[in-house]
Design a protein. Structure first.
Lengths: 229, 110
């Protein structure tokens, strides 16, 4: 495992919206490993931003709720102002991702063989065992649409754990404020002919996280937004 | 019958030109056409068989059918135009919000 002093070049972007104490737990999980944690509070109405600031990590706040895509773009723009940052890692605030798999992706992106490393729940059958069936269906629809739209043979189109090179992030300009940003990132890979690969990651599902996530109806919204980009 | 397709093609071309256009010129033309549409609406109250005569001249069928086509065209154009405006407005809000967030970052060592 890479030592903490070796990870200054990694900016971990954590978009957060009304995650309460969960985001603090996520920060505590990561902050001893990643010196450059950037948490973007997306206009939360709970008091989580104050808690985030108290952890000592870099904390930005949207004054109004825009969406996860907008929060990630804000985090990236902040990270790009720091010259030492060579890679960006997006990481969910709700506890679905683990440090182990974050380091797994970081190790891969630092090989500099590809511009983007995407986490996938579907490369290892064990990693999608606990995935609710309805969510699996929504994700499969997303995969079909992405293949139609971009031609990329991605197995998990909406996984929040991804690692990106600085070069890719300098060109990336996420305009889809909401959840369609995931599809927009894939489109950016295709449009810019960037190289990419997928790595198997496990997503931890709790009752809380199962209740969140994309419904089939919202998947229709995402597809509509992608057609109009 | 063929005249309907010609009119449909003409309306679609005009519609695409106006809806896709972002310049003040396109905006002015859209507004002008809207005013024309309003006057045409009033005119149809005075000249009750005007739409029917126009429809026959264009080979469309009858005045009600012609009016249906035009209203559908105006409605779809309005929806698309409004959606584009909304998207552009959302982008502006996002940029402003982001700029403020970047300037007020906490625990920043910049």
């Amino acid at each position: 495992m890479a030592k903490t002093q070796d990870l200054h070049e990694i900016a971990v972007i954590i978009p957060s919206f009304n995650e309460g104490a969960r985001v603090v737990e996520t920060i505590k999980q990561l902050q001893n490993t990643f010196p450059n944690l950037i948490v973007v509070d997306d206009g939360s109405s709970d008091k989580s931003f104050e808690s985030i600031v108290k952890t000592g990590v870099i904390a930005l706040r949207h004054s109004v709720n825009l969406g996860q895509g907008a929060a990630i773009q804000t985090g990236i723009e902040y990270g790009l102002t720091k010259k030492e940052i060579e890679y960006f890692l997006t990481f969910d605030a709700d506890g679905q991702h683990s440090l182990e798999f974050a380091l797994y992706l970081v190790e891969e992106i630092r090989k500099n063989e590809v511009d983007v490393v995407l986490g996938s729940r579907f490369l290892n059958a064990n990693h999608s065992e606990s995935l609710p069936q309805k969510k699996k269906l929504v994700l499969k629809l997303g995969i079909l649409f992405t293949r139609f739209d971009t031609g990329l043979k991605v197995t998990d189109t909406h996984n929040g754990l991804r690692a990106m090179s600085r070069k890719f992030c300098e060109e990336l300009n996420i305009k889809q404020n909401g959840m369609a940003h995931a599809s927009e990132i894939l489109s950016a890979i295709k449009d810019g002919s960037y190289t990419w690969k997928e790595m198997p990651v496990q997503v931890i599902y709790t009752d809380y996280s199962k209740a969140k996530g994309q419904s089939i109806l919202n998947a229709i919204n995402i597809i509509t937004e992608m057609f109009h980009r | 019958m063929i005249m309907r397709w010609i009119i449909a093609g003409f309306l679609m071309s005009v519609g695409f030109y106006l809806v896709a256009g972002k310049t003040t010129r396109h905006l002015a033309i859209r507004r002008l056409l809207f005013v024309v549409f309003i006057f045409a609406g009033f005119g149809s109250l005075i000249f009750k068989d005007a739409w029917s005569r126009l429809a026959v001249y264009l080979g469309v069928g009858n005045g009600a059918e012609l009016l249906t086509y035009l209203v559908t065209f105006v409605f779809i154009s309005y929806v698309v135009s409004t959606y584009r405006w909304k998207r552009a407005f959302e982008e502006k809000i996002a940029k402003l919000t982001r700029e403020l967030a970047l300037q007020t970052a906490k625990n920043s060592d910049k």
